[in-house]
Design a protein around this ligand. Structure first.
Ligand SMILES: Nc1ncnc2c1ncn2[C@@H]1O[C@H](COP(=O)(O)OP(=O)(O)O)[C@@H](O)[C@H]1O
Ligand SMILES: Cc1cn([C@H]2C[C@H](O)[C@@H](COP(=O)(O)OP(=O)(O)O)O2)c(=O)[nH]c1=O
Length: 203
């Protein structure tokens, strides 16, 4: 029988807890016996690093095209082969990030959708939202390297709101979206709250 895995993405504002929750979710999947492939966007490649660390130099349309080129490479080189090998791929950031950050950078949603037209639709898109003050504080403690995340709490509010809007936009485009407000939950509590969405999808 051909092995087919799953593609799950976690998205949301900086500091909301994506990386932490993704890592705990992967641990829970591994404990349950599933083969897991944790990954992230921008990808861990030269192109991905250029985008991640280049947000001061590259802006607007240029950055939109760079992160999308990285997304296609990530899909081709990493996500699709892992899914084909029966793994559960968990990506920290994906298209929702572009729909939020590139829009904040002045790029139209139409253009972002158009260039992402061939990006695979995941089996589940988890959008985490939370208190912007808390997220900003956590991101600051961890360390910020992106132009988008240097704005204060007001910018955090806008980013959080936009993720909510983008969750609706993706749902309208028939993407399977689950939005979760992390509130004051611990990372393990967040994973437990998400588990009922994840479990029925698993191979
Ligand atoms: N639910 C949580 N409660 C308390 N601290 C958290 C929680 N989630 C994440 N953190 C902490 O906040 C910081 C940012 O979390 P991280 O997972 O890197 O966020 P993101 O990937 O969304 O930017 C990290 O230091 C992490 O340990
Ligand atoms: C995936 C993605 C990243 N980026 C850029 C800007 C982000 O700040 C940066 C990656 O985010 P990063 O700062 O690594 O995220 P976090 O704060 O959650 O750890 O890459 C985009 O502009 N668009 C995208 O679609």
């Amino acid at each position: 029988m051909k092995a087919v895995g799953r593609f799950i993405v976690l998205d949301g504002p900086s500091g909301v807890g994506k990386t932490t929750v993704a890592s705990r979710l992967c641990a829970r999947l591994r404990d349950g016996g599933w083969a897991v492939h944790p990954t992230k966007e921008p990808s861990r490649t030269k192109l991905g690093d250029l985008a991640r660390h280049g947000t001061d130099e590259y802006r607007g349309l240029t950055l939109a095209c760079m992160v999308t080129a990285d997304r296609y490479y990530h899909l081709e080189a990493e996500v699709r082969p892992a899914v084909a090998a029966g793994k559960v791929v968990v990506s920290d950031r994906y298209l929702a990030t572009s729909l939020v950050l590139q829009r904040l950078d002045g790029v139209s949603p139409e253009f972002i959708w158009t260039i992402n037209r061939y990006a695979d639709r995941p089996d589940l898109v988890i959008i985490l939202t939370g208190d912007p003050i808390r997220s900003r504080d956590r991101a600051a403690v961890r360390g910020i390297h992106s132009r988008f995340h240097r704005g204060g709490v007001e910018a955090g509010h806008i980013e959080n709101e936009l993720y909510g809007q983008v969750a609706n936009e993706l749902t309208a485009a028939a993407w399977p979206v689950h939005r979760h407000d992390v509130s004051d939950q611990t990372p393990d509590e967040v994973v437990s709250a998400l588990w009922p969405q994840v479990l029925p999808l698993l191979p």
